[in-house]
Design a protein. Sequence first.
Lengths: 114, 209
Amino acid sequence: MRCEDLNDQLAGVIDGSAVLDRRTSRHVESCLRCQAELAQYRRLLRSLRQLRDEPVSVPRDLSALIAARLDGTAPTSPWTRRVAYAGALAATAAGAAGAIALLSTRNRRLRLAS
Amino acid sequence: MSEVHPPEWRDAGKPPPGDMAAWVAAAKGGDRQAFDEIVRATSADTYALALRLTANEEDARDVVQEAYLRAWRGVKKFRGDASFTTWLYRITANCAATQLGKRARHRHEDLDDMGAELPDLHPDTDPEMRAEASVLRGRVSEALEALPPRLRAVVVLRDVYDLPHDAIAAELGITEAAAKVRLHRARVRLRSQLFPTRGERGEEDAHAV
């Protein structure tokens, strides 16, 4: 059994996300190199878990940025929804009117050409 | 649920610290002010997660905004079977995955191959003997940033934020088995970066010559 081949498994043993078969377990228990690697994985995992409490520099305007993003998309205000709905309807109507105008112009031109 | 009234602190003018359950209940009833309180209470943590997932401040800002937008739109569907923070973390993870996907497509980069250039983490020092825990954490942070985004996402969500494997798999759009493979691969890379063995050090020396 080559220790190098166990790398991925050792990385999972530390939190039970990988399980060793009996033969591999016996090897790891008696192998100093694998034991040392296991200890390193455990240290790594401890450090990773502690990272969550490490302070991170947060942009000052973060709450304001989020609030601005939420504004105008609020699903709570029926009035805002009605305005948005009316706006969308108006835009659709204007678009449709434009399309009809274009079509009729085009038809007129076709008629004139023929 | 829409009958839920705003918490009493609204009348008093200032909220009691950390009354998340009341804010969530009010937000579920459509109370934007209560949701703003949630944002104020949680945005620093959410930003920290986004920053660790994306390793880029600009991306982290975008991800956080998108995450709260999705949370606000979906807060009515929050069932309370996990903590609100966990729910928010899952949304953030999903937004970060989308953002990283967009970036990769834009740059024509393979997410698994990114970050191949690792920073010099002083492999000649022996951290087991010399480094303090805080120093190690600093180096872990650097090594995390250098990981390919797909590996980094899994190890950050699992080992730093303690999200369950199935939640990670669901938010990243991969199978649980794939999530575990990525997790182990990420740990292998981090370990060999932070605790290089003699052979690994020898290889680095050979490349350097």
